[in-house]
Ligand binder design. Sequence first.
Ligand code: NAP
Length: 248
Amino acid sequence: MSDSPTPTILVTGGSRGIGAAIVRRMAQSGWNVAFSYRSSADSAEALAAELSSDGVSVKAYASDAADFEQAGQLVDAVLKDFGRIDALVNNAGITRDNLLLRMGEADWDLVIQTNLKSVFNLTKAVTRPMLKQRGGSIINMTSIVGMIGQAGQANYAASKAGIIGFTKSVAKELGSRSIRCNAIAPGFIETDMTDALPEDTKAEYFKQIPLGRFGKPEEIADVVHFLASGHSTYLSGQVLSVCGALNC
Ligand code: NAP
């Protein structure tokens, strides 16, 4: 029997979609999981109750990732409950799509705050505990849209491109302390976010995806598991596109 403590992962936006698949995958792999949500309290609590077992503990926290104070309080609460944070997944994200001509300042600000500032908020809050633990894995959810752009998504694309620069900088800054930082760039994944797309837009995307389908949240969760685990210990500062060859 190993004496090493059960590893703990913190996932932002774990109540639905890709985040919920990550929570499930990590709990089923023997990790304790803390995850946040903004408003879906019922589904978050149901997921935590379903996955908590004798072996692992899964706990949901209401916390707005875009709010600097709340992010700090979330990390403090997780450290109090679990004693450590071995991996952080900055997954929370939103879209507020519109052509630039029609995009209002409020939709620009909300997307940048939720998608990009949240990554700063949470990463900053875990840095000190990870330095004390002498290691950690930070995984940021960007998007292929942050690399190739998308009409109607200037705010979203800018937030996701910002995450890539942040990821590479943090990897350089914290690498000497065994803290790794990587990003995952999903293509189109079947969640509420892509459900909102008109059917004809979806049909157009299918034609452009060499694998001929949207991805599943579980296919992103598998990559998170790889990046959080001991199977990727020399991998840092990278952006892994998980997009059915759409961006290659
Ligand atoms: P989703 O189904 O809409 O779920 C979004 C999650 O983020 C929910 O759990 C939501 O919580 C949470 N959230 C939103 N704002 C938050 C905030 N301010 N604080 C805390 N949690 C917040 O989205 P998804 O498709 O799973 O996307 C997850 C991530 O992958 C996002 O960063 C997205 O940009 C990225 N991504 C998705 C795709 C795709 O095709 N789906 C492609 C590329 C990248 P509530 O349930 O409480 O609202």
